[in-house]
Design a protein around this ligand. Structure first.
Ligand code: ADP
Ligand code: MG
Length: 243
């Protein structure tokens, strides 16, 4: 099945994400505290101890995943919006993801063209980190990840192409929905952060996917105008922009 989505209605601004992070992390920590208390009880069998410790490990892992899907690049009180060089920012994220790709025998190829967009650097990086992480996670037995960016007229496009498991109609429709995950250790938050970031930047995100073949995520963002000049056209003076 091949499908596309563009659904950004009723999405709050990305800055509100930070407000819910403490809530999200508190749940697993509360569970950890509970099991720590249980561990203190006398006469526990080795088997019980082992099970409680496994629960604790699972919940701590969960808390860590939530933080990495939300706040991998977070710095306190930074909501600055600035011009971002696509090539540089995406390269940065690719470098960060290289160890994970290597662990899953995923080879990464890129073709990054120049282009500038306007946005918050931390959220931008978090967005692409989450999308690239999903692509790698879709290829547990190896595959190819291709990342291509291009500047066309006044738009910058970034394509993330994987040769992974692909997505069903339901997975495509629920992409971006908080807590929706098909993974045993997933948070279902990565795609929400990505969708909200793109929405905040007035862009769009399309999904093309074929089950057992792979997924292509296409992000389109308005290019940041870097130059303009006055030109004479049809005996009128006009402002011409270069992107
Ligand atoms: P998580 O990765 O924690 O499961 P996300 O919000 O990042 O949560 O993704 C939500 C779901 O979207 C995933 O569980 C998966 O089903 C699907 N998904 C996202 N990206 C891809 C992809 N590249 N290939 C296959 N499925 C994907
Ligand atoms: Mg994810």
């Amino acid at each position: 099945i091949r499908s596309k989505i563009v659904k950004f209605e009723k999405m709050e601004v990305v800055s509100q994400l930070a407000a819910s992070i403490s809530h999200e992390v508190r749940n697993p920590l509360t569970v950890v505290k509970g099991f720590m208390e249980l561990l203190k009880s006398p006469n526990l069998s080795l088997d019980e101890k082992k099970r409680y410790i496994e629960h604790i490990e699972r919940e701590l892992h969960n808390a860590e995943s939530i933080i990495s899907d939300y706040l991998a690049f977070a710095k306190p009180a930074i909501e600055k919006v600035e011009p971002l060089l696509i090539e540089q920012e995406i390269r940065n994220v690719i470098d960060i993801m290289k160890p994970l790709a290597k662990m899953s025998s995923v080879t990464i190829t890129d073709n990054l063209g120049q282009g500038t967009v306007q946005g918050n650097k931390n959220y931008f990086r978090q967005c692409f980190l989450n999308l690239i992480k999903n692509a790698i996670e879709a290829m547990p037995n190896g595959g190819e990840l291709q990342i291509v960016s291009a500047l066309e007229k006044n738009k910058v496009t970034v394509k993330i192409v994987d040769t992974g498991v692909g997505m069903s109609k339901e997975q495509i429709n629920r992409f971006g929905e908080p807590y929706y995950t098909s993974k045993t250790k997933g948070t279902g938050l990565g795609s929400m952060v990505a969708v909200k970031t793109i929405q905040t930047m007035n862009g769009k995100l399309d999904i093309d996917s074929i089950l057992n073949v792979g997924t292509t995520i296409t992000i389109t963002l308005p290019a940041f105008i870097t130059e303009y000049k006055m030109v004479q056209k049809d005996s009128q003076l006009k402002l011409e922009t270069e992107f």
